[in-house]
Ligand binder design. Structure first.
Ligand SMILES: NC(=O)c1ccc[n+]([C@@H]2O[C@H](COP(=O)([O-])OP(=O)(O)OC[C@H]3O[C@@H](n4cnc5c(N)ncnc54)[C@H](O)[C@@H]3O)[C@@H](O)[C@H]2O)c1
Length: 338
């Protein structure tokens, strides 16, 4: 149904089952799609109203199909944003660390995909697969594989598959960390050898290993990313042994950057402000950390996984070719405040 015919912007409504879809299109080719009242897509680069309508209708049909496949999912804000300039088109990358829609790795994956990159995605195990698979579908990821870094051979298998299917790789996002509860929640002074080794192994060594496996595939250069946190530099209450592991991780970033730089491979740690993710739920009094970040960051705001995603994607672009070995804070400037 067209509302306000002759008016500048035309609106169309459709009800499908319990869902309500709304499309608004303007004569100059701009339009938006709402799903149950929430805007999920916007375009501004079509030639006219008709083309805008056709494009948005396609997105609406895709969205309905997704929900039919996975009716439980009433996800919001998980659509890949429509971005005009596909700045990473032609690039292919591996994303490790999506557990669910709150994961930092998911924020990165959305940004990379929106900018045109093709993605390979991993999930921890069968239990995690049911959360990650629908997200991988949204990303149209041609490679989806299990990866538990503790399972011998799984990491090698992922890189072998990439070598076989793609023959090369442009970026890797390593967004995983783990520390046993007793190690994470106890004093650094008391950490056991086992707790220390597990924390360092999963949270630091696996990044070094991924760099090793990615190197031969990055024939034309590439970018390696890992996720760190400010607790690597300062004593942050309750961050404990993970701070030690992140300090080692940031140091590894610098050494690997120096070693692989001559091959055009750049290496970065991304250091986001606190985000309420599954991993963060293991840190006691995490809400206080969030409150403090919001109160004291120069921007007076918390970061989102999308903020982290776009900044990371920028560093993968050729425009950032002379930036390497960096720890980039995406924290509203919190780290500069005393
Ligand atoms: N949430 C924050 O406040 C915050 C801030 C700065 C940095 N980080 C870092 O960001 C990264 C991602 O964490 P997140 O906050 O998105 O939480 P998350 O729980 O969504 O992601 C953590 C990921 O680590 C994976 N993982 C754990 N053990 C693994 C193993 N053995 N093999 C393979 N994967 C394994 C999990 O499956 C999960 O996908 C971590 O390195 C974390 O330390 C988080």
């Amino acid at each position: 149904m067209a509302v306000g015919k002759g008016a500048t912007v035309q609106e169309f409504f459709a009800s499908v089952g319990k869902n309500r879809l709304e499309i608004e299109v303007a004569p100059w080719g701009e339009g938006r799609l709402k799903f149950n009242g929430k805007q999920i897509a916007r375009i501004d680069d079509t030639k006219d109203r008709r083309q805008a309508f056709r494009e948005l209708k396609k997105i609406a049909q895709h969205c309905l199909k997704e929900r039919a496949v996975n009716p439980q999912s009433e996800r919001s804000g998980t659509m890949i944003p429509a971005v005009k300039a596909k700045l990473l088109e032609g690039k292919r990358g591996l994303i490790v660390g999506i557990a669910n829609e709150n994961s930092i790795a998911w924020g990165c994956a959305k940004a990379f995909r929106a900018l045109g990159a093709e993605l390979a995605v991993t999930y921890l195990n069968d239990k995690a697969k049911k959360y990650v698979e629908p997200l991988a579908k949204e990303l149209e990821a041609p490679i989806l594989m299990p990866l538990d870094v503790n399972a011998p051979g799984q990491m090698e298998a992922v890189f072998e598959r990439i070598a076989k299917d793609w023959g090369e790789l442009d970026f890797v996002v390593h967004s995983i960390a783990f520390s046993p509860k007793e190690a994470l929640q106890g004093r650094v002074t008391d950490v056991t050898r086992e707790g220390f080794l597990t924390t360092m192994d999963v949270s630091c060594w696996t990044f070094i290993r991924m760099a090793h496996l990615a190197e031969p595939l990055m024939k034309k250069g590439g970018t390696l990313f890992t996720m760190s946190y400010y607790g690597s530099q300062m004593v942050v209450k309750n961050y404990n042994i993970m701070g030690v592991a992140k300090a080692a991780l940031e140091c590894a970033v610098r050494y690997v950057a120096a070693e692989l730089g001559p091959k055009g491979i750049r290496v970065h740690a991304i250091s986001p402000g606190p985000l309420a993710t599954r991993a963060a739920s293991g840190i006691p009094e995490f809400d206080e950390l969030l409150d403090k970040a919001k109160e004291q960051a120069p921007t007076r705001s918390l970061v989102s996984i999308d903020d982290v995603g776009v900044a990371t994607a920028f560093l993968a672009h050729d425009a950032a070719r002379l930036i390497t070995g960096e720890t980039l804070y995406i924290d509203g400037g919190y780290h500069i405040i005393d």
